[in-house]
Design a protein around this ligand. Structure first.
Ligand SMILES: C[S@@+](CC[C@H](N)C(=O)[O-])C[C@H]1O[C@@H](n2cnc3c(N)ncnc32)[C@H](O)[C@@H]1O
Length: 379
Protein backbone atom coordinates (compact mmCIF):
# COMPACT_ATOMS: atom_id res chain seq x y z
CA UNK A 1 0.00 0.00 0.00
CA UNK A 2 1.36 3.44 -0.99
CA UNK A 3 0.28 6.32 1.20
CA UNK A 4 -1.43 9.35 -0.26
CA UNK A 5 0.54 12.58 -0.30
CA UNK A 6 -1.25 13.82 2.78
CA UNK A 7 -1.55 10.65 4.85
CA UNK A 8 1.68 11.52 6.67
CA UNK A 9 0.10 14.70 8.07
CA UNK A 10 -2.02 12.69 10.51
CA UNK A 11 1.02 10.70 11.61
CA UNK A 12 3.08 13.87 12.12
CA UNK A 13 0.24 15.38 14.17
CA UNK A 14 0.15 12.23 16.32
CA UNK A 15 3.91 12.47 16.82
CA UNK A 16 3.45 16.03 18.09
CA UNK A 17 0.76 14.80 20.51
CA UNK A 18 2.98 11.94 21.72
CA UNK A 19 5.91 14.29 22.32
CA UNK A 20 3.68 16.76 24.13
CA UNK A 21 2.14 14.06 26.34
CA UNK A 22 5.56 12.65 27.22
CA UNK A 23 6.65 16.09 28.43
CA UNK A 24 9.42 16.42 25.83
CA UNK A 25 7.77 19.08 23.66
CA UNK A 26 6.59 22.43 25.05
CA UNK A 27 7.37 25.07 22.44
CA UNK A 28 4.60 25.66 19.84
CA UNK A 29 7.22 26.68 17.27
CA UNK A 30 8.86 23.23 17.42
CA UNK A 31 5.42 21.58 17.44
CA UNK A 32 4.64 23.41 14.19
CA UNK A 33 8.00 22.39 12.72
CA UNK A 34 7.38 18.70 13.49
CA UNK A 35 3.78 18.82 12.28
CA UNK A 36 4.89 20.33 8.96
CA UNK A 37 7.99 18.26 8.23
CA UNK A 38 7.53 15.04 6.23
CA UNK A 39 10.14 12.90 7.98
CA UNK A 40 9.39 9.97 5.63
CA UNK A 41 10.70 11.94 2.64
CA UNK A 42 14.03 12.48 4.42
CA UNK A 43 14.15 8.88 5.68
CA UNK A 44 12.68 6.91 2.77
CA UNK A 45 14.20 3.68 4.08
CA UNK A 46 15.72 2.53 7.38
CA UNK A 47 17.69 -0.51 8.53
CA UNK A 48 16.44 -2.81 11.25
CA UNK A 49 18.83 -5.25 12.92
CA UNK A 50 17.80 -8.90 12.77
CA UNK A 51 18.33 -11.60 15.40
CA UNK A 52 21.43 -12.87 13.57
CA UNK A 53 22.98 -9.37 13.60
CA UNK A 54 22.34 -8.68 9.90
CA UNK A 55 20.40 -5.59 8.76
CA UNK A 56 17.14 -5.56 6.79
CA UNK A 57 16.11 -2.44 4.84
CA UNK A 58 12.49 -1.35 5.34
CA UNK A 59 10.53 1.31 3.48
CA UNK A 60 8.90 4.09 5.46
CA UNK A 61 6.01 4.90 3.14
CA UNK A 62 2.56 3.25 3.41
CA UNK A 63 2.67 0.90 6.43
CA UNK A 64 6.15 2.28 7.20
CA UNK A 65 4.67 5.66 8.17
CA UNK A 66 3.88 4.23 11.60
CA UNK A 67 7.60 3.57 12.12
CA UNK A 68 8.95 6.83 10.72
CA UNK A 69 6.60 8.96 12.86
CA UNK A 70 7.34 6.93 16.01
CA UNK A 71 9.90 7.71 18.70
CA UNK A 72 12.39 5.27 17.17
CA UNK A 73 15.95 6.03 16.19
CA UNK A 74 16.13 5.03 12.52
CA UNK A 75 19.43 3.63 11.31
CA UNK A 76 19.95 4.95 7.79
CA UNK A 77 23.44 3.83 6.83
CA UNK A 78 25.48 0.74 7.67
CA UNK A 79 29.11 0.16 6.66
CA UNK A 80 30.68 -2.99 5.23
CA UNK A 81 31.51 -4.23 8.74
CA UNK A 82 27.84 -3.99 9.77
CA UNK A 83 28.27 -0.88 11.95
CA UNK A 84 25.66 1.87 11.78
CA UNK A 85 27.30 5.07 10.48
CA UNK A 86 24.25 7.31 10.29
CA UNK A 87 20.78 7.47 11.78
CA UNK A 88 17.85 9.79 12.17
CA UNK A 89 17.87 10.64 15.88
CA UNK A 90 14.81 9.62 17.91
CA UNK A 91 12.37 12.57 17.80
CA UNK A 92 11.94 12.85 21.59
CA UNK A 93 15.69 13.33 22.03
CA UNK A 94 15.91 15.67 19.03
CA UNK A 95 13.14 17.94 20.31
CA UNK A 96 14.56 17.98 23.84
CA UNK A 97 17.87 19.11 22.37
CA UNK A 98 16.24 21.77 20.21
CA UNK A 99 14.37 23.16 23.21
CA UNK A 100 17.52 23.15 25.36
CA UNK A 101 19.33 24.97 22.55
CA UNK A 102 16.92 27.89 23.11
CA UNK A 103 16.95 29.39 19.62
CA UNK A 104 15.39 32.76 18.86
CA UNK A 105 14.29 34.41 15.63
CA UNK A 106 17.27 35.50 13.58
CA UNK A 107 19.69 33.04 15.19
CA UNK A 108 22.22 31.38 12.91
CA UNK A 109 22.70 27.71 13.78
CA UNK A 110 25.46 25.30 12.80
CA UNK A 111 24.66 21.59 13.00
CA UNK A 112 27.49 19.04 13.02
CA UNK A 113 26.11 15.77 11.59
CA UNK A 114 23.52 16.40 8.85
CA UNK A 115 22.60 12.72 8.50
CA UNK A 116 19.15 12.55 6.90
CA UNK A 117 18.61 16.30 7.11
CA UNK A 118 15.55 15.91 9.38
CA UNK A 119 16.96 18.10 12.13
CA UNK A 120 18.10 20.65 9.53
CA UNK A 121 14.56 20.61 8.13
CA UNK A 122 13.12 21.39 11.59
CA UNK A 123 15.63 24.21 12.04
CA UNK A 124 14.73 25.62 8.59
CA UNK A 125 11.04 25.68 9.54
CA UNK A 126 11.82 27.45 12.81
CA UNK A 127 14.51 29.93 11.70
CA UNK A 128 14.37 30.13 7.91
CA UNK A 129 16.82 28.22 5.71
CA UNK A 130 19.15 31.22 5.41
CA UNK A 131 20.06 30.78 9.09
CA UNK A 132 20.73 27.05 8.98
CA UNK A 133 24.17 25.54 8.26
CA UNK A 134 24.78 21.81 8.49
CA UNK A 135 27.67 19.54 7.62
CA UNK A 136 28.46 15.85 7.56
CA UNK A 137 31.66 13.93 6.91
CA UNK A 138 29.75 11.61 4.53
CA UNK A 139 29.37 13.33 1.14
CA UNK A 140 26.72 10.85 -0.02
CA UNK A 141 24.49 11.69 2.93
CA UNK A 142 24.90 15.42 2.32
CA UNK A 143 23.98 15.06 -1.36
CA UNK A 144 20.88 13.00 -0.52
CA UNK A 145 19.81 15.40 2.23
CA UNK A 146 20.28 18.39 -0.08
CA UNK A 147 18.06 16.87 -2.78
CA UNK A 148 15.36 15.75 -0.37
CA UNK A 149 15.27 19.05 1.51
CA UNK A 150 15.11 20.96 -1.78
CA UNK A 151 12.18 18.77 -2.88
CA UNK A 152 10.26 20.07 0.14
CA UNK A 153 11.34 23.66 -0.53
CA UNK A 154 13.97 23.95 2.21
CA UNK A 155 17.44 25.11 1.19
CA UNK A 156 19.85 25.26 4.16
CA UNK A 157 23.58 25.62 3.49
CA UNK A 158 25.04 22.10 3.56
CA UNK A 159 28.60 20.88 3.20
CA UNK A 160 30.53 17.61 3.16
CA UNK A 161 33.39 18.23 5.58
CA UNK A 162 34.81 16.98 8.85
CA UNK A 163 32.88 18.72 11.61
CA UNK A 164 35.91 18.82 13.91
CA UNK A 165 36.86 22.15 12.27
CA UNK A 166 33.32 23.53 12.26
CA UNK A 167 32.54 25.74 9.26
CA UNK A 168 34.50 28.98 9.67
CA UNK A 169 33.35 30.39 6.34
CA UNK A 170 29.84 31.17 7.65
CA UNK A 171 30.77 31.96 11.28
CA UNK A 172 29.81 33.38 13.66
CA UNK A 173 26.86 31.25 14.78
CA UNK A 174 24.56 31.95 17.71
CA UNK A 175 24.11 28.22 18.32
CA UNK A 176 26.05 25.05 17.50
CA UNK A 177 24.47 21.62 17.89
CA UNK A 178 26.47 18.43 17.39
CA UNK A 179 24.55 15.24 16.65
CA UNK A 180 27.63 13.00 16.84
CA UNK A 181 29.68 12.57 20.02
CA UNK A 182 33.18 13.91 20.63
CA UNK A 183 35.78 13.09 23.31
CA UNK A 184 36.77 16.77 23.44
CA UNK A 185 34.97 19.93 22.36
CA UNK A 186 37.15 21.44 19.61
CA UNK A 187 38.22 25.01 20.31
CA UNK A 188 37.39 25.80 16.66
CA UNK A 189 33.71 25.50 17.62
CA UNK A 190 34.14 28.08 20.37
CA UNK A 191 35.87 30.45 17.96
CA UNK A 192 32.89 30.21 15.61
CA UNK A 193 30.30 31.03 18.30
CA UNK A 194 29.13 34.55 19.10
CA UNK A 195 30.01 35.80 22.58
CA UNK A 196 27.13 34.59 24.78
CA UNK A 197 26.31 31.94 22.18
CA UNK A 198 25.48 28.35 23.14
CA UNK A 199 26.79 24.97 22.09
CA UNK A 200 25.12 21.61 22.74
CA UNK A 201 27.24 18.51 22.24
CA UNK A 202 27.50 14.93 23.40
CA UNK A 203 30.89 14.60 25.11
CA UNK A 204 32.01 11.04 25.78
CA UNK A 205 35.21 10.12 27.69
CA UNK A 206 34.98 6.40 26.93
CA UNK A 207 32.37 4.00 25.56
CA UNK A 208 29.00 5.58 26.55
CA UNK A 209 30.80 7.53 29.33
CA UNK A 210 29.50 11.09 29.29
CA UNK A 211 26.39 12.99 28.26
CA UNK A 212 25.02 16.04 26.46
CA UNK A 213 26.56 19.23 27.76
CA UNK A 214 25.26 22.78 27.24
CA UNK A 215 28.14 25.24 27.02
CA UNK A 216 28.07 29.03 26.94
CA UNK A 217 30.66 31.13 25.16
CA UNK A 218 32.65 33.49 27.41
CA UNK A 219 35.62 35.62 26.28
CA UNK A 220 38.20 32.99 27.17
CA UNK A 221 36.24 29.74 27.49
CA UNK A 222 33.16 27.65 26.97
CA UNK A 223 31.48 26.60 30.20
CA UNK A 224 28.32 24.83 31.28
CA UNK A 225 26.73 21.78 32.81
CA UNK A 226 25.70 18.35 31.65
CA UNK A 227 22.00 17.98 30.91
CA UNK A 228 19.61 16.12 33.18
CA UNK A 229 18.79 13.11 31.01
CA UNK A 230 21.37 10.78 29.56
CA UNK A 231 21.76 10.47 25.81
CA UNK A 232 24.25 8.91 23.43
CA UNK A 233 25.14 9.70 19.83
CA UNK A 234 27.36 7.83 17.42
CA UNK A 235 30.98 8.85 17.72
CA UNK A 236 32.43 11.42 15.35
CA UNK A 237 34.72 9.68 12.86
CA UNK A 238 37.56 10.99 10.74
CA UNK A 239 39.28 9.91 7.53
CA UNK A 240 42.45 8.93 9.41
CA UNK A 241 40.72 6.78 12.07
CA UNK A 242 42.22 3.36 12.70
CA UNK A 243 39.92 0.50 13.53
CA UNK A 244 40.01 -0.75 17.10
CA UNK A 245 39.98 -4.51 17.38
CA UNK A 246 39.94 -6.84 20.35
CA UNK A 247 43.24 -6.79 22.09
CA UNK A 248 45.29 -9.82 23.06
CA UNK A 249 45.35 -10.37 26.81
CA UNK A 250 48.62 -9.63 28.61
CA UNK A 251 49.89 -11.07 31.91
CA UNK A 252 48.64 -13.86 34.12
CA UNK A 253 45.08 -13.88 35.39
CA UNK A 254 44.22 -12.95 38.98
CA UNK A 255 40.80 -13.62 40.42
CA UNK A 256 38.98 -11.69 43.13
CA UNK A 257 35.47 -10.56 44.02
CA UNK A 258 33.77 -7.17 43.67
CA UNK A 259 30.52 -5.76 44.99
CA UNK A 260 30.30 -3.00 42.38
CA UNK A 261 27.64 -3.61 39.68
CA UNK A 262 29.10 -5.39 36.64
CA UNK A 263 27.75 -3.05 33.97
CA UNK A 264 27.83 0.56 35.20
CA UNK A 265 27.75 1.70 31.54
CA UNK A 266 24.12 0.51 31.46
CA UNK A 267 22.99 1.22 35.01
CA UNK A 268 25.09 3.75 36.91
CA UNK A 269 26.05 6.07 34.09
CA UNK A 270 27.53 8.80 36.29
CA UNK A 271 29.73 6.20 38.00
CA UNK A 272 30.83 5.01 34.58
CA UNK A 273 31.78 8.58 33.58
CA UNK A 274 33.84 8.92 36.76
CA UNK A 275 35.51 5.56 36.09
CA UNK A 276 36.36 6.45 32.50
CA UNK A 277 37.92 9.75 33.59
CA UNK A 278 40.47 7.59 35.45
CA UNK A 279 40.75 4.55 33.17
CA UNK A 280 43.39 4.48 30.41
CA UNK A 281 42.10 5.37 26.94
CA UNK A 282 41.09 4.20 24.47
CA UNK A 283 39.10 1.64 26.41
CA UNK A 284 37.13 -1.17 24.84
CA UNK A 285 34.29 -2.95 26.53
CA UNK A 286 32.49 -6.03 25.35
CA UNK A 287 31.09 -9.34 26.51
CA UNK A 288 32.04 -13.00 26.70
CA UNK A 289 29.27 -15.22 25.37
CA UNK A 290 28.23 -18.66 26.53
CA UNK A 291 29.45 -20.86 23.64
CA UNK A 292 26.22 -22.86 23.49
CA UNK A 293 23.36 -20.47 24.15
CA UNK A 294 25.25 -17.34 22.96
CA UNK A 295 24.15 -15.12 25.83
CA UNK A 296 26.63 -12.87 27.71
CA UNK A 297 28.27 -14.46 30.74
CA UNK A 298 30.84 -11.76 31.58
CA UNK A 299 31.53 -8.12 30.71
CA UNK A 300 35.04 -7.28 29.51
CA UNK A 301 37.30 -4.23 29.52
CA UNK A 302 40.66 -3.90 27.77
CA UNK A 303 43.19 -1.11 27.13
CA UNK A 304 46.11 -0.62 24.72
CA UNK A 305 48.85 -2.03 26.99
CA UNK A 306 47.04 -5.40 26.99
CA UNK A 307 45.57 -5.02 30.47
CA UNK A 308 42.13 -6.54 30.71
CA UNK A 309 39.39 -7.64 33.07
CA UNK A 310 36.33 -9.87 32.92
CA UNK A 311 33.46 -9.37 35.36
CA UNK A 312 30.98 -12.24 35.76
CA UNK A 313 27.41 -11.14 35.19
CA UNK A 314 26.02 -13.63 37.70
CA UNK A 315 26.12 -12.57 41.34
CA UNK A 316 26.71 -14.81 44.34
CA UNK A 317 24.22 -15.02 47.23
CA UNK A 318 25.92 -12.11 49.01
CA UNK A 319 25.63 -9.88 45.91
CA UNK A 320 29.28 -10.03 44.81
CA UNK A 321 30.72 -11.01 41.42
CA UNK A 322 33.93 -12.67 40.34
CA UNK A 323 36.48 -10.49 38.57
CA UNK A 324 39.44 -11.88 36.62
CA UNK A 325 42.10 -9.48 35.47
CA UNK A 326 45.62 -9.39 34.11
CA UNK A 327 48.25 -7.17 32.54
CA UNK A 328 50.33 -4.28 33.88
CA UNK A 329 47.44 -1.87 34.67
CA UNK A 330 44.68 -2.75 37.15
CA UNK A 331 41.37 -1.68 35.55
CA UNK A 332 38.41 -2.67 37.69
CA UNK A 333 39.79 -0.79 40.70
CA UNK A 334 38.99 2.47 38.86
CA UNK A 335 35.34 1.45 38.59
CA UNK A 336 35.28 0.53 42.29
CA UNK A 337 36.89 3.83 43.29
CA UNK A 338 34.46 5.76 41.10
CA UNK A 339 31.57 3.96 42.75
CA UNK A 340 32.78 4.80 46.27
CA UNK A 341 33.56 8.42 45.34
CA UNK A 342 30.08 8.80 43.88
CA UNK A 343 28.52 7.55 47.15
CA UNK A 344 30.87 9.80 49.12
CA UNK A 345 29.56 12.83 47.12
CA UNK A 346 25.88 11.95 47.80
CA UNK A 347 25.36 10.23 44.45
CA UNK A 348 25.51 13.34 42.24
CA UNK A 349 23.26 13.42 39.18
CA UNK A 350 24.29 14.80 35.78
CA UNK A 351 23.45 18.46 36.41
CA UNK A 352 26.01 18.65 39.23
CA UNK A 353 28.77 18.00 36.70
CA UNK A 354 30.12 20.65 34.37
CA UNK A 355 32.68 21.20 31.65
CA UNK A 356 35.03 24.07 30.90
CA UNK A 357 36.82 24.26 27.56
CA UNK A 358 39.62 26.74 26.84
CA UNK A 359 41.93 27.02 23.84
CA UNK A 360 44.22 24.38 25.34
CA UNK A 361 42.37 22.38 28.02
CA UNK A 362 39.11 20.68 28.84
CA UNK A 363 38.16 20.17 32.49
CA UNK A 364 35.33 18.22 34.09
CA UNK A 365 34.14 19.56 37.44
CA UNK A 366 31.64 18.78 40.17
CA UNK A 367 29.34 21.56 41.45
CA UNK A 368 31.79 24.37 40.72
CA UNK A 369 34.43 25.00 38.01
CA UNK A 370 37.10 25.16 40.74
CA UNK A 371 36.31 21.61 41.91
CA UNK A 372 38.13 19.94 39.01
CA UNK A 373 37.78 16.15 38.63
CA UNK A 374 39.67 15.73 35.39
CA UNK A 375 41.74 17.86 33.10
CA UNK A 376 42.95 17.03 29.59
CA UNK A 377 45.11 19.11 27.31
CA UNK A 378 44.07 19.59 23.68
CA UNK A 379 46.42 17.62 21.44
C1 LIG B 1 23.00 10.57 14.51
S1 LIG B 1 23.54 11.00 12.92
C2 LIG B 1 22.91 12.62 12.68
C3 LIG B 1 21.43 12.71 12.61
C4 LIG B 1 20.95 13.94 11.87
N1 LIG B 1 21.15 15.16 12.62
C5 LIG B 1 19.53 13.79 11.40
O1 LIG B 1 18.71 14.67 11.67
O2 LIG B 1 19.26 12.80 10.70
C6 LIG B 1 25.25 11.36 13.15
C7 LIG B 1 25.91 11.88 11.91
O3 LIG B 1 27.20 12.37 12.24
C8 LIG B 1 27.99 12.20 11.09
N2 LIG B 1 29.41 12.34 11.41
C9 LIG B 1 30.26 11.42 11.95
N3 LIG B 1 31.50 11.92 12.03
C10 LIG B 1 31.45 13.19 11.56
C11 LIG B 1 32.40 14.21 11.38
N4 LIG B 1 33.69 14.02 11.68
N5 LIG B 1 31.98 15.40 10.89
C12 LIG B 1 30.69 15.60 10.55
N6 LIG B 1 29.73 14.65 10.67
C13 LIG B 1 30.11 13.47 11.18
C14 LIG B 1 27.60 10.83 10.60
O4 LIG B 1 27.95 10.65 9.23
C15 LIG B 1 26.11 10.83 10.84
O5 LIG B 1 25.40 11.17 9.69
Amino acid sequence: MISTDTEWVGYAARLVATLTDSGDLHDPAWAAAIANTPRHLLVPTAYQQQHDGSWAEVGTNGPGLELVYSLATLVTKVDAAGCATSSSTKPDLMVRMLEVLDVHDGHRVLEIGTGTGYNAALLCHRLGAGNVFSLDVDAGLVAAARDRLAAMGRHPQLAARDGIDGWPHHAPYHRIIATCSVPRVPWAWAQQLTLGGTLLADVKFGPDAGNLVLLHRHHDRLEGRFTRRWAAFMTMRHDNDTTLGWRPKAGTSHQRITTVPAQPWNTDRVVWLLACLALPAPLLHGYLLDPVIRTPTAATLSVPDGSWCEIDLTTTDNGSQQVREGGPTPLWVHVEQAYHYWHHCDQPTWERFGLTVTSDTQTVWLDHPRNVLHRSDHP
